[in-house]
Design a protein around this ligand. Sequence first.
Ligand SMILES: [Ca+2]
Length: 137
Amino acid sequence: MNDFLFGIFLMLVILGVYSWLSTSPASAQVAIAEINYKGKVKGSESDEYIEIVNNGSTPADLSGWRIEAGNVDQVFYFPARTILNPGDRIRVYTNEIHPEWGGFSFASNQPIWNNKGDEGLLYDAAGNLVASQRYSS
Ligand SMILES: [Ca+2]
C-alpha cells in the first residue's frame, strides 16, 4: 500500500471512530421503558402507551425520531424540538393526550399494541435502530 492510499485509509478510520464517538453515547442513553399494551378502554384501547426514558446524563434530541409498532400505519414521528432531559420519561399514547407525559399520541382509533404479543421499535432521525422491546402474553 503506498503512502497516499494509506493516508486515505487512516483518514477514513479516524472519521469512522469520530462519528461513532459523537453519535453512540447520545442514542445509547435513550431506551424503551415500558409498553403498556393492555388498554383498559374497551375496543379502542386508547389508553395504551409506550414509554421512553433518557437514562443518560445529557439531554437527548428526539426530533424526527420515530416509533414503529409493526405496521406501516402504526408509526409515530416525534415533532421538531422534542428534547428528553436526563431521567425524564415521555409516553406516546394510542389515542389520548396527557400533557404531563409530553402530550404525544399515535391518534389511532384502533389499538396499536397487540395483546398477544408485539414489538416496539425506536429509530433515530437518521434511521438507526436505537431500542426495541418485544413482548408476548
Ligand atoms: Ca392492546
